[in-house]
Design a protein around this ligand. Structure first.
Ligand SMILES: Cc1cc2nc3c(=O)[nH]c(=O)nc-3n(C[C@H](O)[C@H](O)[C@H](O)COP(=O)(O)OP(=O)(O)OC[C@H]3O[C@@H](n4cnc5c(N)ncnc54)[C@H](O)[C@@H]3O)c2cc1C
Length: 155
């Protein structure tokens, strides 16, 4: 199947072991593809694309928020390796492929906690843009993922 990088349509015909790929589409699409239109998401069930995405971004942004201010060479190398490997194993194949292209065009910035946080914010915004979602104001990335909002609503 041809994959255009800026084609934002979920590739709902991707299959894993002969079954529609649950982590490649939203739940409604997946339910339709499996002939269960109208099915409800159960508790403690395998993730769909959006649940996986939300949980993963939470992890990635939080990981960046707690990266050292002054990482050692080894920590920087390890983070780059982690991001590279992550982009090979992310369990939505076309998302992973697009991420590999993004990383090749704009390699991870690991010089400091704030460099890495900003880099992930920009990466996430590339996906937001592709999906037609509003872009996040990256000057607020620490409020969202580290300190909590200035209005005290997270304290
Ligand atoms: C690496 C990766 C690649 C993905 N690729 C695709 C894809 O190709 N196609 C696809 O359909 N889905 C993709 N997804 C899933 C997609 O990004 C969303 O996670 C999913 O659509 C659910 O979106 P959401 O509106 O719940 O919020 P999400 O986009 O999951 O965001 C969660 C929260 O993060 C915060 N946030 C939003 N933008 C930023 C930002 N730039 N920086 C910091 N914080 C931010 C907001 O508070 C938001 O509520 C990908 C996910 C990941 C982790």
């Amino acid at each position: 199947m041809k994959r255009d990088y800026f084609d934002s349509e979920p590739r709902s015909n991707e299959e894993i072991d002969g079954k529609p790929c649950r982590t490649c589409v939203d739940f409604k699409t997946w339910a339709k593809l499996t002939g269960k239109s109208g099915a409800k998401r159960g508790k403690n069930c395998p993730l769909d694309k959006d649940q996986l995405g939300r949980n993963t971004w939470s992890f990635l942004h939080t990981m960046a928020a707690y990266f050292p201010d002054r990482p050692t060479d080894e920590q920087q190398r390890d983070m780059k390796t982690f991001i590279n490997l992550f982009s090979k194993f992310y369990p939505c194949e076309y998302c992973a492929k697009d991420m590999q292209v993004d990383i090749a065009n704009d390699p991870p910035k690991t010089g400091s906690r704030s460099d890495l946080s900003l880099w992930f914010c920009n990466l996430h915004n590339k996906v937001n843009k592709k999906l037609g979602k509003p872009l996040f104001d990256c000057s607020k990335v620490d409020q969202r993922w580290f300190h909590g909002w200035d209005d005290g609503s997270c304290s």
